[in-house]
Design a binder for this molecule. Structure first.
Ligand SMILES: [Zn+2]
Length: 252
């Protein structure tokens, strides 16, 4: 009987030890998880610059297309203008005919000016966008360099953490055979829900003296623990879970 009790008691002890290993592992992992958070400022800047470049490239394409359209209009009008000019010089034009041509010519000339101005403005806009793209691309290059530098530094400083983490994986694997199968299953199931799978029972309770009060509760979620459960928690003959948060209860 005493042997069995000792074995059962070891169950909780193995779970406490396992939790210590897992906690240490979580702490190391947390440091690694900080890497993307610490680099966020850099990645945000890069994303912002990439978006601005895409936007300016769109402005550039639109302005160039606008300039092309306006230049085509100018070209068409200039061809018409040449044609009208030669018509004007034709012999035997009546005054009326001459006047009609002259009026159209004036209109064509006004159009040429208007479209030339449009083309010029569009080209100016394109030039501005092109210059913006150039500046932004340079900013992006610098931002990427900074990001790579910061990442390299972080990765370098965390190389020992990675190594320690690998060592921990080995420690956990090596320790697992000591944890009874059923208890391990419960532990892993609870751990999927809570990082700390174990919780102490708080209140008037003394494992050595075997004293139990009526104020017992789970230290994690504060749900009350029945006297019956408390007795079993003290006995350590089986794994007792909190009725509310399902953590494995124990009394140190
Ligand atoms: Zn609880």
């Amino acid at each position: 009987m005493e042997t069995e009790a000792k074995v059962k008691m070891d169950v909780i002890e193995t779970l406490i030890r396992l939790q210590e290993i897992d906690r240490k592992r979580d702490r190391l992992q947390k440091r690694l998880d900080q890497v993307p958070i610490k680099l966020k400022e850099h990645t945000d800047t890069i994303a912002r610059l990439e978006a601005s470049i895409a936007e300016q490239e769109q402005v550039l394409r639109a302005a160039r297309a606008e300039a092309d359209r306006a230049e085509l209009e100018v070209k068409t009008r200039e061809e018409r203008r040449e044609k009208l000019k030669s018509q004007m010089n034709a012999p035997k034009l009546s005054n009326r005919e001459y006047e009609v041509i002259r009026e159209e010519l004036a209109g064509v000339l006004a159009d040429v000016n208007s479209f030339s101005e449009k083309a010029l403005k569009a080209l100016e806009k394109a030039g501005e966008a092109e210059s913006n793209v150039g500046k932004l691309k340079e900013e992006l290059r610098v931002a990427r360099e900074k990001h790579e530098g910061a990442r390299g530094q972080l990765e370098g400083s965390l190389a020992d953490v990675r190594q320690e983490l690998q060592g921990h994986d080995g420690e956990r694997t090596g320790f697992l055979p000591q944890v009874p199968g059923e208890a391990l299953q419960i532990y892993e199931r609870v751990r999927r829900k809570h990082k700390d799978a174990l919780a102490t029972v708080e209140g008037t309770i003394d494992r050595v003296a075997g004293r139990i009060g009526s104020d017992l509760h789970c230290a994690s979620c504060h749900m009350s623990v029945t006297a019956n459960d408390a007795v079993q928690v003290l006995a350590r003959k089986k794994v007792i879970q909190c009725k509310s948060c399902v953590r494995i209860l124990y009394v140190p």
